[in-house]
Design a protein around this ligand. Sequence first.
Ligand SMILES: Cc1cc2nc3c(=O)[nH]c(=O)nc-3n(C[C@H](O)[C@H](O)[C@H](O)COP(=O)(O)OP(=O)(O)OC[C@H]3O[C@@H](n4cnc5c(N)ncnc54)[C@H](O)[C@@H]3O)c2cc1C
Length: 393
Amino acid sequence: MNFGFNEEQELLRSTARKFFDNECASETVRKLMDGPEGMTPDLWKKIAEQGWTGLIFPDEHGGMGLGFVDLVVLMEEMGRSVVPGPFFSTVLLGGLAIREAGTDAQKKAWLPKISSGDARATLAWMEPSAELGAGGITLQAAAKGAGFTLDGTKLFVHDAHTADVIVVAARTSSGQNPPAGGQNPPAGGQNPEDGVSLFLVPKGTPGLSVTLLPTMDQTRKLCEVGLKDVALGADALMGQAGSGWAPLARVIDRATVALCAEMCGGAQKVLEMTVEYAKIRQAFGRPIGSYQGVKHKAADMLVDVENSKSITYYAAWAMDEGVPEGQLAVSMAKAYVSDAYRRVSGAGIQLHGGIGFTWEHDLHLYFKRAKGSEFTFGDATWHRERVAQLVNL
Ligand SMILES: Cc1cc2nc3c(=O)[nH]c(=O)nc-3n(C[C@H](O)[C@H](O)[C@H](O)COP(=O)(O)OP(=O)(O)OC[C@H]3O[C@@H](n4cnc5c(N)ncnc54)[C@H](O)[C@@H]3O)c2cc1C
């Protein structure tokens, strides 16, 4: 059994490390996070030229046709540099939703443009209730003629303000059909997973409004998306009406794994910065790293980082292989990594003492990314509950 990355994956890692060290050092991150877009056209073009915006899309749509284990390598490197901008939303949310749920015509229309960096996409899934399951999708899509009219509000939508197309999850029926696979319907008789439909809503569609929200992690832009009597043709529907939850759940699981990988990269960088600092910072005539209290905390950080990586790599492998325990692997990873990255970035600040608390030091970028990521796609508590359900507790 080989637990290591192969030669191509190691090459991807070293290329990405050099690229982001050169193109997205912390001065650049700070400039980008101050602007509303979180990205410059020049940096976006360079990222696309590396082929990374097409990494997980098929060759026939201009992508590289690689898997989630490959993607994990790139995401770790992006997390290491706290890269701002719409890569995550375009590739892991909007693009992946089109890959998983789009018709052939929709894939042909959007995936080549996403792969080449000419289009940006996102996914509007959550609503003001902040409920993560299918029951949280209440935005109405009413059939009108051959098409649909969408009405409602979506929240916490990544980079909607710069997206060329938004995949919107809406409800076309209240969920009358029982769950697939002969399972019993949930309590109350209705099945919220039935009746969820996905729609492509291009930028500029009448009735579509986007408002940028203030976020603690300024490197990640979140929006509120309003849809008021948004009229869409039948060609906006992705796949079968009412059957959008299954592909949406696949997208959310895969995006969660990618987020865990990004968190692993950030945690690894915080550990390295902290160990380096503990070797040079002197207190009472000795490096602080020579004191037991500092050593133990650093050792705990290392354990957190290594466990995070192992559980994330397993989840990525499970996504690529389509094994039955895939959902369990995703939730185990998110439950662990959510807590671990917060602990590691918090400990990094503590071990740096006062300097770690300053705006000038980069640690707050990591701590805020850790806090934002902790709640994205469900926090540790939510995923532990899902783990319990998946093992029939
Ligand atoms: C919000 C804030 C406001 C502040 N305001 C003021 C102010 O108004 N006036 C002022 O003078 N200062 C101020 N400070 C500075 C503050 O007094 C120092 O940050 C604090 O005393 C810690 O010192 P240090 O930053 O040099 O950390 P260090 O002493 O370098 O400590 C770094 C790390 O090493 C550990 N460590 C150090 N020595 C040992 C040891 N012997 N054994 C085990 N572990 C050790 C520490 O616990 C810490 O985790 C402020 C700091 C902050 C964060």
